[in-house]
Design a binder for this molecule. Structure first.
Ligand code: PGA
Ligand code: ZN
Length: 427
């Protein structure tokens, strides 16, 4: 029994310069745990709801109320509880909030506290977080998905596709996958500059490009891989996050870049053509969250060779993951702790993916901080894949660099997941 002595909330800042919630948990033993809530921009409607103050301060996005909930109601409810019983702590948080989407206390307040309790329990056990989570079960070092170009809601909608990323499952290690990615990132920077298409840096650190079409982004990414000296589709693959809920509703998809509208079938056909033309290994949210039938058709068409990932569709909800796996809407689930709001529910979503025989990616949000909890979740829970944004900016490199440390520390005990992480056969 490792009793919680105190819970404290603190208002800190995220990578977009927005306030966010930090929670600090101190146990009777003196062990301390601390964690910070991230924040999304392209959010699914089914997500746990961040509590924001409204009004005019910081465009209504202040978190004074959420922080006060941590210091007040949450601290009072958790004091004296056993920190090593994460499920009971999380159940207490869910019951205290009393709403389906954690609207009353705030998903941001609840996830920060849930993660801080986890850290405190690991510290109390004298274990690094990943080992506390693994409990002796097998671990793998995950394959990273790394952004090269940012678009959609993360770059003023300059491009429809939200993330143009690369994956290197054929690398021998996580470190080598990062090495290849860095070469591609800088080759892309040079190419954009030479062709006058540089616009700046997107929210997750990727280049914010001036493309005329989405295909131009794909062409430029292939060229960047080649310029970096790698073979596209062998040493370096392409992954996309379409984030289609951002421009699609009721079966209509509005491509702002090309000023045309597609129905669900035409959207599918366009992406099937992309899969045929480009070395694409993974596509996230190809259709909108209100278009499960589109997901089903798309996965039926390409799921044998492409990972089809549900983000806004699944919102890290264990029931949705189970249902989507059963109906073959996707073959991979994105796992973001703050989408569901507690560590226990996040683990349940990952276990639902495992039980449904689909793959999983532990993912950051577009609004992030130096918090590295998710790197430990990805390894300790053996998720196989890890998505954190680009290879620049401290809130991103904090996680990549933590994974480098874990890979070094686990040498001989955990191998790089490579192709084993993917739900498709090596192509
Ligand atoms: P978000 O984007 O954090 O803005 O939701 C990340 C993603 O869509 O995967
Ligand atoms: Zn996404």
């Amino acid at each position: 029994m490792t009793k919680i002595a105190s819970v404290h909330g603190r208002r800190v800042w995220d990578s977009r310069g927005r306030p966010t919630v930090e929670a600090e948990v101190i146990l009777a033993s003196g062990a301390v745990g601390r964690a910070i809530a991230p924040a999304g921009a392209s959010m699914g409607t089914g997500e746990a709801a961040d509590l924001r103050d409204g009004g005019t301060t910081f465009e209504g996005l202040d978190v004074v109320k959420a922080v006060a909930n941590v210091d007040g109601e949450i601290a009072a409810a958790l004091r004296g509880r056993d920190a090593s019983d994460q499920a009971a702590v999380d159940d207490a948080l869910i019951a205290l909030d009393g709403t389906a989407q954690k609207k009353r206390l705030g998903g941001n307040a609840v996830i920060a506290v849930s993660m801080a309790v986890l850290h405190a329990a690991a510290a109390d056990a004298g274990m690094p977080l990943f080992a506390h989570l693994a409990k002796g079960r097998p671990m793998r070092i995950p394959v990273p998905e790394i952004q090269i170009f940012g678009g959609g809601a993360h770059a003023g909608r300059r491009v429809d596709v939200q993330d143009f990323l690369v994956m290197c499952p054929s690398a021998r290690s996580f470190a080598e996958a990062l090495d290849r990615t860095a070469e591609v990132y800088h080759a892309a920077r040079r190419l954009l500059r030479e062709t006058g298409r540089t616009q700046g840096v997107a929210d997750e650190g990727g280049h914010w490009p001036a493309f005329a079409t989405n295909e131009e982004g794909l062409d430029l990414l292939v060229q960047s891989i080649e310029k970096a000296g790698y073979t596209p589709g062998d040493e370096v693959h392409i992954a996309l996050d379409i984030a289609a809920s951002d421009f699609g509703r009721n079966g209509r998809y509005r491509l702002g870049l090309e000023k045309r509208e597609l129905d669900s079938d035409a959207m599918c056909e366009m992406m099937v053509r992309w899969v045929e033309r480009y070395p694409i290994l993974s596509i996230e949210d190809p259709l909108a969250e209100d278009d499960p039938e589109g997901f089903r058709k798309f996965t039926a068409a390409v799921g044998h060779r492409v990972q089809v990932v549900g983000d806004d569709l699944l919102v890290t909800d264990p029931d949705r993951v189970t249902d989507a796996a059963r109906r073959k809407l996707v073959n991979c689930a994105l796992i973001k702790p703050n989408q569901i709001g507690t560590i226990t529910q996040t683990l349940a979503a990952l276990e639902a993916a495992n039980a449904g025989k689909i793959s999983a990616i532990v993912s950051a949000r577009s609004g992030e901080t130096e918090d590295t909890t998710i790197a430990h979740l990805a390894v300790g829970w053996n998720a196989g894949q890890f998505k954190v944004g680009s290879i620049t900016r401290g809130e991103r490199t904090a996680k990549w660099n933590e994974m480098l440390r874990l890979e070094e520390r686990l040498a001989g005990k955990a191998v790089f997941a490579g192709w084993s992480a993917l739900p498709v056969v090596r192509n």
